[in-house]
Design a protein around this ligand. Structure first.
Ligand code: AVJ
Length: 332
C-alpha cells in the first residue's frame, strides 16, 4: 500500500449484516410476487459485471451522465461552494473525480466521504482518491444508502452526490422519505446532486436492459450466486432466465428471473425451502424513469428544492441539483 491516507468504517458487524440479509431475503422470497433486494447484486463479481454494463453500447446511462457532469461540474461547484463532497453508492467512483477537480480548482476541497455497499470497491476508490488528491481527507463508509445515512453526521459546506440513476431503484413512494433523510444530513445552503434516468422511447429503454452480449442477464443471475455464497442456497442460475421490460404505467424498467422448470431451492441461512413453478418469477430490480414533472412532484416537504435541472442534448438523462431549504424536512 502507498502512503495515501483514508479511513474505512462499516455500518454493521459481519454477524449483524448476515442476520439482516437473511431476514430481508426471507421476507422477499415468501411474499407474492417474490422479490430480492437489488442491493444484493453488488458482491465483487456483480460490481464488476455492472462495470461491464456501463461500457455496453446499449447502456447509454453512464456515458451520458459522465459527459453531462464534465460539462456542469464547474457550475455546480460555483453555485454550492462546498468544502466536503459525499458520494452515496459510489461504486468504482470515477464520476466523483470530476467534482473533486472542480472543487480543487476553486481552492475549496477539504474532505470527501464515500458510502457503498461493496467494501472492496470502496477501499479501491478511497485509496485511489487519496493518492490523486494528497491533501484530501477521505472517509469510506461501508453501508446502505437507505439505512445507514446517520453515519454521515451533520452537514455544512457539503455537497452530496448520488449518481447513476441509482435513485431509480427506490420505489417512487420511498423517494420523498429518502430525500428527507438526506436533507437531515445537510445544512441550509448545502446541496444534493442526483442522477436521474429519463422517460424515453421504449425500445431504447428496453435495449439498455437486454444487451446483445448478455452481460445484463449474467448480472441479474449473479444475485442467485450471491444467495448461494452468502446464505448457503442451492440455486442453479442456469435454471432461471433473465427478463427485463418497461412498465409504462409505473414508468420503470423491471428485471425478473423466471424459473425455467418446476424446481426446489433450499436457503438454509434464511430457513427457506421453496418450490418454483415453471414460469414463476422473482422480481430483482425496478429502475424508475422520470420526467421533470414526475421528479419535481416528489420534492415538496422533503427539505430539498430544485435549483437546477441539467440534461444532455437528447434529454436521455438528467443531473438534478437540489438545494437544502431552511424549512425542516418530513423525515421525523
Ligand atoms: C446502477 C442501479 C442504476 O438500474 O440501470 C444496470 C443497475 N441494472 N442494468 C440501473 C442495472 C441492470 C443500474 N443502476
Amino acid at each position: 500500500m502507498s502512503s495515501a491516507l483514508y479511513r474505512l468504517e462499516a455500518a454493521e458487524g459481519d454477524d449483524e449484516r448476515a442476520a439482516r440479509m437473511a431476514e430481508e431475503i426471507r421476507a422477499g422470497l415468501t411474499a407474492r410476487p417474490r422479490s430480492l433486494p437489488s442491493k444484493y447484486f453488488y458482491d465483487d463479481r456483480g460490481s464488476g459485471l455492472f462495470e461491464d454494463i456501463t461500457r455496453l453500447p446499449e447502456y447509454y446511462l453512464t456515458r451520458t451522465e459522465e459527459r453531462l457532469l464534465a460539462g456542469i461540474a464547474g457550475d455546480v461547484v460555483a453555485r454550492v461552494r462546498p468544502s466536503e463532497l459525499v458520494e452515496l453508492g459510489s461504486g468504482a467512483g470515477r464520476k466523483i473525480r470530476l467534482l473533486l477537480e472542480a472543487m480543487d480548482h476553486e481552492g475549496l476541497l477539504e474532505r470527501c466521504v464515500l458510502m457503498d455497499i461493496n467494501a472492496s470497491f470502496l477501499a479501491d476508490s478511497a485509496h485511489t482518491l487519496a493518492a490523486v488528491f494528497p491533501d484530501l481527507g477521505v472517509r469510506g463508509v461501508v453501508g446502505d444508502f437507505v439505512g445507514d445515512l446517520d453515519l454521515l453526521g451533520p452537514g455544512g459546506n457539503r455537497l452530496a452526490a448520488f449518481f447513476a440513476s441509482t435513485i431509480g431503484n427506490l420505489h417512487p413512494d420511498d423517494v420523498p422519505p429518502f430525500l428527507a433523510r438526506v436533507a437531515d444530513h445537510l445544512a441550509p445552503g448545502d446541496a444534493f446532486l442526483v442522477g436521474v434516468d429519463l422517460v424515453k422511447d421504449v425500445a431504447r429503454l428496453e435495449a439498455a436492459y437486454n444487451d446483445a452480449a448478455g452481460v445484463t442477464a449474467e448480472f441479474n443471475k449473479n444475485i442467485l450466486r450471491v444467495m448461494n455464497e452468502r446464505l448457503g442456497a442451492d440455486f442453479d442460475p442456469d435454471a432461471f432466465e433473465h427478463v427485463a421490460f418497461y412498465d409504462p404505467l409505473h414508468a420503470w424498467i423491471e428485471m425478473r428471473l423466471r424459473s425455467l422448470k418446476l424446481q426446489r431451492v433450499r436457503i438454509p441461512a434464511a430457513r427457506l425451502d421453496l418450490a418454483f413453478e415453471a414460469g414463476e418469477e422473482i422480481r430483482t430490480e425496478i429502475s424508475c424513469k422520470y420526467t421533470y414533472e414526475s421528479f419535481a412532484a416528489l420534492l415538496p416537504g422533503t427539505g430539498l428544492a430544485l435549483d437546477r435541472w441539467y440534461t444532455d442534448p437528447e434529454h436521455l438523462f438528467a443531473l438534478v441539483l437540489l438545494g437544502r431549504t431552511a424549512e425542516h424536512g418530513l423525515s421525523r
